[in-house]
Design a protein around this ligand. Structure first.
Ligand code: AMP
Length: 427
């Protein structure tokens, strides 16, 4: 088969690595890709916002299957446009992608279907939102509706902080991460517990659980500093016991799949539930309509089965009798980011030592934001490299990953030194 992956991050490099290894794959393309993905696939410079150009590329290169990595094209309806052109695509329709595109939509869906999630209210203006916050007190969580690359959420410790967040989200100021005033915000109760990422493949009717993972969102060691897209991850997540996995499937994932089918928006693709494991059980924090980045990288290292037939079965509505096998080993990834990230950072600095790092046993390196300049590898993004490793335990995976990190010479980069601490503390 000729396969096209859409995206350019560490998630897409991990998907490309796994799909390139499939005996079903004849030719693999990735658009736009990066310097690491270029080792697995032919990278093509397509604008993912231009759906007609993506369709035209698929037609002229006889693409049999498209795998969409990031959420932005999904929410914009790229799966609908590709399917309408007769091109099989892994990823939900625009209608189903509202699970990530609109927090209000998801909260209402949860409420109507008894899916456990924090109590909430939706607001279209600041004054009633502030009244609600004063009435309920802090801590309380303020969220902007719409995609915000993980930056549209404020967990307010005080009422004053929540009021500032409300003004910021409804105002169009430069500190507003949305870049424009929110048309709606959701205010919800603050959940207490341990967070985990849960993934399920869905085919519109059926869902099968993938492995669990945990990520580290804060930029500095000890989970301090501002939120990022994710500074590292590991799998499995010790908090996700077999019993907890079963509860999440029964109480959260299956009712969501049924509810979306009932409203005429069947969910096909990977459903990523951000969970809070509270003392009363799992609660849904949010849905994402694609693999997590960097969680995908550790899932791909642990997946023994061929990924491609599973993605095709999800698209074809054939997951019912499907089974996936996983390595028992743990996997962990350390993100190396450009100094300054998640704020402003320098681009174009030179990275060396990648080959030596890749020689460490059990290590796999996925690129997130790189380009080539002749034989040199240059950093182009905020999150630049994923140094991943498998090991018998999280500790062994962690030791291997950091041994590889220490072989990389990149003065312009930094990483956290404590990825996996929560899992190690439980041992
Ligand atoms: P989200 O973009 O909705 O995943 O939120 C980003 C982060 O904010 C989550 O990973 C949590 O750490 C935190 N968060 C979001 N909603 C809640 C909540 N209701 N209670 C506690 N923390 C939350």
């Amino acid at each position: 088969m000729n396969i096209l992956i859409l995206g350019s991050g560490g998630r897409e490099h991990a998907l490309a690595w796994k799909i390139a290894a499939s005996p079903l794959t004849d030719k693999l393309y990735c658009a736009p890709g990066n310097a690491g993905i270029a080792q697995e696939a032919e990278c093509v410079a397509l604008d993912l916002g231009d759906h007609a150009a993506v369709v035209a590329f698929c037609r002229s290169n006889r693409i049999d299957f498209v795998v969409v990595g990031p959420e932005v094209p999904l929410v914009a309806g790229i799966a609908d446009d590709l399917e309408a052109a007769g091109i099989k695509t892994f990823g939900p329709s625009k209608w189903a992608a509202r699970l990530e595109g609109s927090k209000g939509f998801t909260k209402d869906l949860c409420k109507a279907n008894n899916i456990p999630t924090a109590r909430y209210r939706r607001f279209k203006s600041a004054a009633p939102a502030k009244d609600y916050v004063r009435e309920h007190g802090a801590p309380i969580v303020v969220k902007a509706d719409g995609l915000a690359a993980g930056k549209g959420v404020v967990v307010a410790e005080t009422v004053a902080e929540a009021e500032t967040a409300i003004d910021m989200m409804f105002g169009g100021g430069k500190d507003n991460p949305l870049g424009k005033p929110a048309w709606e915000i959701v205010i919800e109760d603050c959940l207490i517990g341990e967070e985990a990422s849960f993934f399920a493949l869905c085919d519109g009717d059926n869902a099968i659980a993938l492995a669990s993972a945990q990520d580290h969102k804060r930029v500095f060691d000890g989970d301090k500093g501002p939120n990022t897209g994710g500074m590292g991850a590991y799998s499995p997540a010790p908090v996700m016991t077999a019993a907890m996995n079963a509860r999440v499937m029964d109480e959260i994932i299956q009712p969501t799949v049924r509810a979306l089918k009932a409203i005429g928006a069947p969910y096909k693709g990977v459903l990523f539930a951000g969970l809070m494991i509270t003392k009363d059980g799992p609660q849904l924090i949010e849905y994402n309509v694609r693999f997590g980045d960097p969680e995908c990288q550790v899932l791909m290292l642990r997946l023994m089965s061929d990924l491609l037939p599973a993605l095709i079965a999800a698209r074809d509505g054939q997951l019912k009798h499907f089974d996936l096998r996983w390595y028992d080993e743990a996997a962990l990834t350390v993100v190396i980011a450009a100094k300054g990230y998640p704020g402003a950072y320098e681009k174009g600095t030179v990275i060396e030592g990648l080959d030596a790092a890749a020689e460490v046993e059990g290590v796999e390196i996925f690129h997130a934001g790189t380009t080539t300049d002749g034989a040199r590898i240059l950093a182009t993004g905020g999150r630049v490299l994923n140094i991943c490793a498998r090991g018998k335990t999280v500790r062994e995976a962690q030791q291997r990953a950091y041994a590889a990190v220490d072989r990389i010479q990149w003065p312009g980069g930094f990483c956290r030194r404590d990825i996996g601490w929560r899992a190690l503390e439980r041992v």
